[in-house]
Design a binder for this molecule. Sequence first.
Ligand code: COA
Length: 158
Amino acid sequence: MATMQRDDLDRLMAVMDHAFDPHWGEAWTRRQVEDALVTGLCDYFLVARDGEAARPGEPAAGFTLTRTVAGEAELLLLAVHPQWRERGLGGKLMDALLQEAQGKGVTRLFLEMRRGNPAERLYRRSGFEPVGERSNYYRTKSGERIDAVTFALSFDTN
Ligand SMILES: CC(C)(COP(=O)(O)OP(=O)(O)OC[C@H]1O[C@@H](n2cnc3c(N)ncnc32)[C@H](O)[C@@H]1OP(=O)(O)O)[C@@H](O)C(=O)NCCC(=O)NCCS
């Protein structure tokens, strides 16, 4: 679903606005999400607190935002509202992402995270492995530089 309903954007931003520690400067603005979606290359998924896809009108507990180009997909954002963490929703989002990607014929999935993000545990559990890094790529609000680590997951196409 490349075109986003206004209600979906509201529900996604309600998670975004609480999920990211401002120190890291990782949260996107509403405008950035809208701009990503109008490219037609990006897609999103909203999960409800019960782990199912959020039904119309139901608040989202978490979301993913992905971009797919020429058979390769990038996980741009993954977030679960702090109120609903540590109960498997991040895992459900990753499962949904992998299933959707395979259904679309994606052969490789990428993501990039700041070194030390606890989400690494979830990524590795889902089958992602580190494939590269960019030194001092991110800059925190206080000016500290942090490396970016790129992870990839290849689907077996045999
Ligand atoms: C990363 C995130 C989506 C995980 O959501 P979640 O619903 O708590 O995930 P799950 O319950 O499926 O569990 C995730 C795993 O990572 C670990 N984990 C996730 N966040 C953690 C944290 N802040 N501290 C310690 N461990 C963490 C959990 O212990 C769990 O591992 P385990 O089951 O092997 O013990 C959530 O913490 C979040 O939204 N973080 C802020 C946004 C962010 O940094 N996103 C990633 C970069 S875009």
